[in-house]
Design a protein around this ligand. Structure first.
Ligand code: NAD
Length: 261
């Protein structure tokens, strides 16, 4: 796949799945805008590593995905620098594992803002340019939790189910404009986000961390394997290909059979 001349903005791409997708897009010669938190040294290192992968240029935008004005400014800055934003990957996400009665309201608001509302703001800002050029790809990194629930993740499951509805709606609105809008719904991937929730889940359920991995995380994944960031990057690239031109409005599980059961 060659995305030379196309520009992709990937939210939350200094780590985990977003960084994996950035590597895939850079390898396919796209210009890549990475975003997320991290030290200046780490980010400079990642930019150089990404630029070495392909023929595109790489930029970093520090926009906070809980701040709508910063999100819009990020899309406009990418358009100004590269001439277009052709692909948006809405990936930034955070998690809190807590029973609903004790769920901190400020964490609820932050999870809804970052995991759901930010996709509205990027999409709203990037769509006019995509429609004008007659080509665009919006890829929302949802979750198996966009299709089914687990206890103690009320804000996360709510936001991801919201993304499923948003994906379908914008797919219909853009269907005749050369733009596709899809969600990828991963099962568990061993990234910092998941590693952090292992002790939280152990505390919430009163079990050991080993039991969390075996009996909670991989219990629902029929392959008994974690999904990898490379696999998700491959799926994101496929959604950018001509073969995927008629795939729109889909929430595609990449979950080892979890949501089939
Ligand atoms: P991660 O913690 O490794 O990475 C999250 C990224 O988001 C980081 O780059 C971080 O800096 C960035 N980020 C966090 N808050 C931000 C903010 N306010 N503004 C900008 N950037 C911010 O997480 P991950 O596991 O790679 O998760 C990425 C996405 O994949 C999330 O939406 C998550 O819900 C989803 N997902 C993850 C898994 C999994 O098992 N890891 C499974 C399904 C879905």
């Amino acid at each position: 796949m060659d995305l030379f001349g196309k520009t992709v903005v990937i939210t939350g791409s200094t780590s985990g799945i977003g960084l994996g997708i950035a590597r895939g897009m850079a390898s396919a010669n796209a210009n890549v805008v990475i975003n997320g938190f991290g030290s200046t040294a780490e980010i400079e290192h990642e930019i150089a590593a990404l630029e070495a992968l392909g023929k595109g240029q790489v930029a970093y935008d520090p926009a906070d995905m809980s701040k709508p004005d910063q999100i819009v400014a990020m899309i406009h800055a990418a358009e100004a620098r590269f001439g277009s934003v052709d692909i948006v990957v809405n990936n930034a996400g955070i998690q809190t594992v807590e029973p609903v009665e004790t769920f901190p309201p400020e964490r609820w608001d932050l999870i809804i803002a970052i995991n759901m509302n930010s996709a509205f703001h990027t999409t709203r800002a990037a769509l006019p340019g995509m429609k004008k050029r007659g080509w665009g790809r919006i890829i929302n990194i949802s979750s198996a939790h966009g299709l089914v629930a687990s206890p103690f993740k009320s804000a996360y499951v709510t936001a991801k189910h919201g993304i499923t509805g948003f994906t379908k709606t914008v797919a219909l609105e853009t269907a005749q404009n050369g733009v596709t809008v899809n969600a990828i719904c991963p099962g568990y991937v061993l990234t910092p986000l998941v590693e952090k929730q292992i002790p939280e889940t152990a505390a919430a359920r009163g079990i050991t961390e080993e039991q969390v991995k075996r009996d909670v995380l991989l219990a629902a994944q029929w392959t008994k394997k974690f999904v990898t960031v490379e696999q998700l990057s491959g799926v994101a690239l496929f959604l950018c290909s001509d073969a995927a031109e008629n795939i729109t409005g889909v929430s595609l599980p990449v979950d080892g059979g979890w949501t089939a059961a």
